[in-house]
Structures are given as structure tokens and as C-alpha cells.
Design a protein around this ligand. Structure first.
Ligand SMILES: C[S@@+](CC[C@H](N)C(=O)[O-])C[C@H]1O[C@@H](n2cnc3c(N)ncnc32)[C@H](O)[C@@H]1O
Length: 248
């Protein structure tokens, strides 16, 4: 690994990023975090840590914010044999979260990221609003409904939800198109409220009524499976883009 921690981080992400096809998307997230300066970022599915480390580096350069990345470790049995990971752990078996915590320390981004072992369901909940949510473990239509039902009321007024692979999975792509169309009319389908208690349903209705939802399908021009990310960009209902800055 390079001596300069920033170069070492880039090297790690370049070498491991192709495992889940996030070698370029992680760079996009790095830039987006630098531009949008979030306080709270959540990642569901750490994988080999490519996006988590790039986000943590961007938060460090911003001088604020934190990333909470969860994973149930179900892929770790295989991932730990990636040549780069094997080299770094020196042949000694180590739990995924401990490996990433040590790596983050070595790369000097540990103050900006926390790795937790957690199996979804249940989806973790947060007291303070989330600026960026990156879901990278389930892009099924049911998974998307559950995700949005749970997190929309927890999102900040100006925020983003990224769902890996959803844009190139036809049922999920069509579901997202239909949902965002309804949300933008201030309504939602009954399936959004399945199993939802009255107070949460009210929060969901309130959030949807006050916000607009821009759906962006980010499709990578590469010949491989699962080549996309669906980006739901959220902001208060307005005719100008948020966050509000000086217009010219
Ligand atoms: C596609 S990978 C994540 C890739 C990563 N975000 C990146 O930057 O490349 C999906 C991860 O989700 C984890 N996972 C799968 N099902 C899960 C579940 N039910 N709860 C928590 N984590 C899960 C797997 O262990 C795997 O590491």
C-alpha cells in the first residue's frame, strides 16, 4: 500500500471496486459528498468497503459528517479471500467490521465512518435526518417499498436515496417510476402503507405532501450485469433547485 493514506485509499478502492462494480460509482459518491456536504450518510451493505471508504475520505475533506455502514457479513466468507483483503489481513481470520475499522484507521478516515454488523430486517432507524442513503443489498420491488416506507420520513428536506441496480431491473425501474409520479402528485399507492402504524403513515403522508422527488436512472455504459443505480433526489416543493443558494 502507498505510504500516503489518500493514495493508499484510492489504490484499495481501485483494486477492490470491481468486486461489486462500484469502482466508478464510488468516485461519483466521493464527488457528490464533497459537493453536497452531508451531515449523515447511511450505507446498507458494506461489501468490500469501496463506497464506504470513498465517502469517508470525502467527509474527512469536508471536515464534517459521518457515515454509518451496515452489513450482515453474509458475503464475507468469500470476500475475505480477495487477494488485496487477504494480503491486508495477513492470513489471520478477522470479522468484517473489525477488518474495516482497522483499515479505516490505517487510511486515516476512521473518525468519519462506523461499521456495524447488522442483518436487515429490521432496517436500522436514526434519530436525526439522513442526507444520503445508499441501499446496496436488495433492489427487489418489495425491498424498495419497504425501504421507502421506512426511510422517507427519516430523510432530510434536501436529500438523496441511491438504490443500487434498481434502474436496470425492469420491475424495480417501473415501480420507482410509478412511485415518484404519485409522490409528485402528493399521493402514494396503498402498498406503501402495508403494515404501517397510523403515526408512521401520517409522517409518510406529510413528508410526501411537502416534497418533490426527481428520479434519475444512472446507467453505466458497460457490458455487464447490474449496471445501474437509481437516484431519488428529494427537495421541498419549489420551482427552484435546493439547497437554496444565490441565483444569478
Ligand atoms: C453489493 S454488496 C455491497 C457493495 C458495497 N456497497 C460497495 O461499495 O461496493 C452487498 C452487501 O450486502 C450484504 N448483505 C446482504 N444481505 C444483507 C442483509 N439482509 N442485511 C445486511 N447486509 C446484507 C452482503 O454481505 C454484501 O456485503
Amino acid at each position: 500500500m502507498a505510504e500516503d493514506p489518500r493514495l493508499a485509499l484510492l489504490e484499495y478502492c481501485r483494486e477492490t471496486g470491481t468486486t461489486y462494480g462500484t469502482e466508478d460509482f464510488s468516485v461519483f459518491l466521493y464527488s457528490y459528498v464533497k459537493m453536497s456536504k452531508p451531515e449523515r450518510v447511511v450505507e446498507l451493505g458494506t461489501g468490500v468497503g469501496t463506497c464506504a471508504l470513498m465517502i469517508a475520505q470525502a467527509l474527512k475533506e469536508n471536515g464534517k459528517g459521518s457515515l454509518f455502514s451496515v452489513d450482515d457479513g453474509s458475503h464475507w466468507g468469500n470476500l475475505q479471500h480477495h487477494p488485496v483483503i487477504e494480503r491486508l489481513r495477513g492470513g489471520t481470520p478477522v470479522e468484517a467490521q473489525l477488518f474495516f475499522a482497522r483499515l479505516a484507521k490505517q487510511l486515516e478516515v476512521d473518525a468519519f465512518v462506523q461499521f456495524a454488523r447488522h442483518r436487515v430486517p429490521p432496517l436500522p432507524s436514526f434519530e436525526l435526518p439522513l442526507d444520503i442513503l445508499f441501499s446496496d443489498f436488495d433492489h427487489s420491488p418489495d425491498g424498495i417499498l419497504t425501504l421507502l416506507r421506512h426511510y422517507l420520513p427519516q430523510m432530510a428536506p434536501v436529500s438523496s436515496i441511491f438504490i443500487d441496480s434498481a434502474s436496470t431491473h425492469l420491475p424495480s425501474c417501473l415501480l420507482l417510476e410509478a412511485l415518484c409520479r404519485e409522490f409528485n402528485q402528493g399521493t402514494m399507492p396503498a402498498s406503501m402503507l402495508v403494515g404501517t402504524k397510523a403515526d408512521r403513515a401520517e409522517k409518510l403522508r406529510h413528508f410526501i405532501a411537502g416534497h418533490q422527488f426527481q428520479l434519475i436512472h444512472m446507467v453505466e455504459n458497460k457490458d455487464r450485469e447490474q449496471n445501474s443505480t437509481a437516484w431519488i433526489k428529494i427537495q421541498p416543493r419549489d420551482f427552484v433547485p435546493h439547497p437554496l443558494v444565490k441565483m444569478h
